[in-house]
Design a protein around this ligand. Structure first.
Ligand SMILES: Nc1ncnc2c1ncn2[C@@H]1O[C@H](COP(=O)(O)OP(=O)(O)OP(=O)(O)O)[C@@H](O)[C@H]1O
Ligand SMILES: [Mg+2]
Length: 477
């Protein structure tokens, strides 16, 4: 439902304008003065403001300017007596969307409001697109997010997803890297009754603490150096919709505390502001770490964990539903072929057998990559076992997950880095060794090391920072 704020010092006017719009199904809030209106705008989102031009204390133009300082896109319509049309025209320069001359008919009012709403929707969609374009913060839109697989575990998963989609509760999606946590989150949003509203994602591991805070909660003009204009955060932009907090385990304690508050009270403050804003956002958080362990080790707040873990969803690793491999391969090869407008490649039964035997440490994402590689590199229409066999070697470390062949042995990384792996070591130690070995191989070049390891350079940076802080590695690494 759209929210409209009606501002007029005359009660009769407020009530009749409010009633006309309420009859069209809008939700109406009224205010008898401009300062009162500002207070309301500071604590709740509106889609349109309609204000009288002449009011004692603070007039409509001043209100308009105050609104513009807070929000560049909120449409404002001025109501004016014929005698002051000139000042209304003048006010258009300060960014009023429209003005209507008193007395006006219900139709005139409704038409102006509908147009303003349309414009507001366009501007909001633009801001959301911009937010999605923030480097590494949001995911590209228009991605295919089908969930393929007829195995028992995927059928159960879909059933669970359907139940989750019907509720409004917070979801915590866990599972190894590449198991489809993000696909599942988008699926939930699309099947929910929020599907017409925005879905926004933010990768918590990719942003520094300060940037993450302002991306999440927005900031006021002048809140910090470089904050030249007010900016809405993801919580505000996703109002009415769903916000995906990807890799939630990576957030700093300060942000954990702030998130806890949003989850408890459904209100937050923009950076640099002290007014509380209310939002209606469904939260989905993902993690490929075991958050309970992070709670036990003190890096993740227990109270936040409980608030997030209302509806837990565990994504199965691909090796536990290898029955789906042939369907998934068919799906990926068809998609790749259709992009080029040709027939999909077929897979030799021996090759399929190899794929089914493999342990898939990188899960569906790894399978998707292998399919693409086979699609591109295969010399004929049939993908052979010889072609793919070399790509399915035991791999030491993929995206922070280590898997050791038994017994103790040397393990070769993606790029040929060899490190020693012994069954009794902690996963994190193995991960650290692999990262240090890769860094050494690339002369400390983080970008190259991160790509060789198949992780983001920021994730790599965060890990190094954490280890330095706990004196596990040298401060000069
Ligand atoms: N059941 C499925 N059917 C089709 N494609 C899938 C399925 N599961 C995952 N994928 C594909 O695998 C890739 C990885 O999925 P996604 O990004 O959702 O994984 P993730 O669990 O979020 O991984 P990470 O922990 O690395 O962020 C995506 O390209 C996605 O489209
Ligand atoms: Mg993900």
């Amino acid at each position: 439902m759209t929210r409209i704020l009606v501002v007029d010092d005359k009660e009769m006017m407020r009530d009749s304008v409010g009633a006309m719009l309420a009859s069209k199904g809008h939700s109406i809030v009224v205010s008898a003065s401009a300062p009162g209106a500002i207070e309301k705008i500071d604590s709740k989102s509106f889609d349109v403001v309609i204000t009288d031009l002449q009011m004692p204390d603070m007039d409509g133009v001043e209100l308009l300017r105050a609104i513009r300082e807070r929000d560049e896109t909120l449409p404002v319509i001025l109501m004016t007596a014929f005698a002051s049309v000139e000042s209304a025209v003048e006010a258009m320069k300060f960014g009023a969307y429209d003005y209507i001359t008193k007395p006006f008919s219900g139709d005139e009012l409704v038409t102006s409001v509908e147009r303003a709403l349309e414009r507001g929707r366009l501007l909001k969609a633009n801001t959301i697109l911009q937010a999605r374009g923030v480097p590494a913060g949001g995911k590209a839109c228009g991605r295919e997010h089908e969930m393929v697989g007829g195995s028992e575990s995927l059928v159960e998963l879909r059933l669970r997803l359907r139940q989750i989609a019907e509720s409004n509760s917070t979801v915590l999606v866990t599972g190894e890297s590449g198991t489809g946590k993000e696909v599942a989150s988008r699926w939930i949003h699309e099947q929910s009754d929020r599907s017409e509203q925005p879905f926004l994602a933010i990768n918590c591991a990719a942003l520094s603490t300060n940037l993450l805070e302002s991306e999440l909660f927005g900031h006021e003009k002048g809140a910090f150096t470089g904050a030249s204009a007010m900016r809405k955060g993801r919580f505000e932009l996703a109002d009415g919709g769903t916000l995906l907090l990807d890799e939630i385990s990576e957030i700093a304690p300060e942000i954990q505390a702030k998130l806890l508050r949003v989850l408890q009270e459904r209100t937050f403050e923009r950076v640099g502001s002290s007014s509380q804003r209310a939002v209606d956002v469904r939260i989905i958080a993902t993690s490929n770490r075991n958050l309970e362990e992070e709670v036990a080790s003190g890096t993740f707040r227990q109270d936040l964990f409980f608030r997030l873990n209302v509806l837990p969803l565990v994504m199965p690793p691909l090796r536990d539903h290898s029955e789906d491999i042939s369907e998934l391969v068919g799906h990926f090869l068809r998609r790749l072929a259709s992009r080029e407008g040709r027939e999909p490649r077929r897979v030799d039964p021996d090759a399929l057998e190899l794929l089914k035997q493999y342990s898939w440490p990188g899960n569906v994402r790894e399978l998707e990559n292998i399919c693409e590689r086979a699609h591109v590199l295969s010399f004929d229409d049939l993908i052979s076992a010889e072609l793919i066999a070399p790509w399915l070697q035991p791999v030491g470390v993929i995206r922070g997950e280590a898997r050791c062949p038994d017994p103790v042995s040397e393990v070769e990384n993606h790029d040929g880095t060899v490190f020693i792996c012994n069954g009794a070591r902690r996963l994190e130690d193995i991960e650290r060794d692999a990262i240090l070995a890769t860094l050494e191989k690339y002369g400390g070049h983080r970008q190259r090391s991160a790509s060789a390891l198949g992780i983001g350079v920021r994730t790599l940076g965060l890990k190094l920072k954490k280890w330095k802080e706990s004196n596990l590695i040298s401060p000069t690494t």
